[in-house]
Ligand binder design. Structure first.
Ligand code: XUL
Ligand code: CO
Length: 439
């Protein structure tokens, strides 16, 4: 057999070199896959994943400018380049040492002129994906269906006012679930980019929400029918491309799921750049989803908080990753979810090696976050202070509130007996100073 074409020539498997200097950006200085922290390998805490759409389909085009990223795999017919892209992607995953990848159906294989043709394309390309997976041991973290790019979806997919369009989306998701089963995907994501509205005047919100819930119920039913054992995830985002998206943020999605009785079938895939677009702090939705037992996976990227749009940058802020990893370690990990780099190199970062530099930098940032989080948790100082802050709920009237047996009459009797509570400092700056000690 002829040797396969190499796309990232001159780049070896990325090594771990903790002593490397500041200018050495093609090695890990903090991420050491095999090292065990709190009883688990770093790679199992972090479960890194590379996304297909930005890293292998991204062109660098923006609304004001043409493509800047000219990749060697974009050659030949759409099907030929889909195969080259897949081989390039697996070379990249292997050299980077990342065990998971994510993709949309339409970035893996080109859309045909009919559903049947699109499905045939997907069958052919995923045959090759399956072969490359078994050769390398690389796995699918999640699959998703692109229900937003084609013009048929301009008024929504599951929330489209035309049931014909909704049916198309259903047919597409059916195939997406089959592909997820074929490739052994560990999760399946729904991101509702066009599930929302541009104008409230032409929108029946109650009908659309009900249709979306029924759409999810169909997906749950089909998943069970084919015996697909993966976690369903919804990815919140407040806006862009719609003016308002129904899956606004973690709490809106959890409320939606509970309202329609879907909460046991789904968890959340939180993307911090979406969280900041919703006006929250970076870690907000990760903390909220985790607190309610609904954090399933993370699209680990960042925005520029001074911009109002989704820039999908690689996460390079150690304070942010420390807060995220603290939450993840405290909930016992993300499995079967992971940290998926839904991030793109800037359109000005045009070298092929920039793809490596970006991922390595972000992986090291998360590795530092993990190391910091482990020290915070093992020291127990902050946890002890928080425990003390809530200690009044472990006995007496507080305990009755805790276990749900207290009444308002008891509250009144307690106050008549004990009078005004004393003022207790929240000690915010003390917590912030202690947190900074670990960074
Ligand atoms: C869009 C976004 C998507 C989803 C998958 O903002 O984050 O790439 O992650 O469709
Ligand atoms: Co995302």
């Amino acid at each position: 057999m002829a040797a396969q074409e190499e796309f990232f020539t001159g780049i070896p498997k990325i090594p771990y070199v903790p002593s490397a200097g500041p200018g050495d950006v093609m090695c890990f200085k903090h991420y050491h896959a095999e090292e065990v922290l709190m009883g688990r390998k770093m790679e199992d805490w972090l479960r890194f994943s590379v996304c297909y759409w930005h890293s292998f389909c991204g062109t660098g085009a923006d609304p004001f400018g043409s493509p800047t990223l000219h990749r060697p795999w974009n050659e030949g017919t759409p099907m030929e380049s889909a195969k080259k892209r897949l081989r390039a992607a697996f070379e990249f995953f292997t050299k980077l040492g990342v065990k998971y990848y994510t993709f949309h159906d339409r970035d893996m294989a080109p859309e045909g002129s009919t559903l049947e043709e699109s499905n045939r394309n997907l069958d052919e390309i995923t045959d090759l994906a399956l072969q490359l997976q078994s050769q390398t041991g690389i796995k699918v973290l999640w699959v998703t269906c692109n229900l937003f790019a084609h013009q048929r979806y301009m008024n929504g997919a599951a929330t489209n006012p035309d049931s014909h369009v909704l049916a198309y989306a259903g047919a597409q998701v059916k195939k997406g679930l089959d592909i997820a089963k074929k490739l052994g995907a560990e999760n399946f994501v729904f991101w509702g980019g066009r599930e929302g509205f541009l104008s409230i005047h032409n929108t029946d919100v109650a009908a659309e929400l009900k249709h979306m819930a029924n759409f999810f119920k169909m997906a749950v039913k089909y998943k069970e029918k084919i015996g697909l054992k993966c976690q369903f995830l919804i990815e919140p985002k407040p806006k862009e491309p719609c003016k308002h998206q129904y899956d606004y943020d973690a709490m809106s999605v959890i409320g939606f799921l509970k309202h329609y009785g879907l909460e046991s079938h789904f968890k959340l895939n939180i993307e911090p750049n979406h969280t900041t677009l919703a006006g929250h702090s970076y870690e907000h939705d990760i903390v909220m989803a985790s607190a309610l037992g609904m954090l399933g996976s993370v699209d680990s990227n960042t925005g520029s908080p001074d911009l109002g749009w989704d820039t999908d940058q690689f996460p390079m802020d150690i304070k942010n990753t420390t807060m995220v990893m603290k939450t993840i370690v405290q909930q016992g990990g993300l499995q079967p979810g992971g940290l998926n780099f839904d991030a793109k190199v800037r359109r000005e970062s045009t070298d092929l090696e920039d793809l490596f530099i970006a991922h390595i930098g972000a992986m090291d940032t998360f590795a530092r976050g993990l190391r910091n989080a482990v020290r915070i948790i093992e020291d127990g100082l902050i946890a002890g202070m928080v425990k003390e802050r809530y200690s009044s709920f472990s006995h007496g009237i507080g305990q009755k509130v805790e276990d749900g047996s207290a009444t308002l009459e008891e509250m009144e009797a307690f106050i008549k007996q004990n009078g005004e509570p004393k003022v207790t400092s929240g000690k915010q700056e003390k917590y912030e100073s202690i947190f900074n000690h670990y960074i």
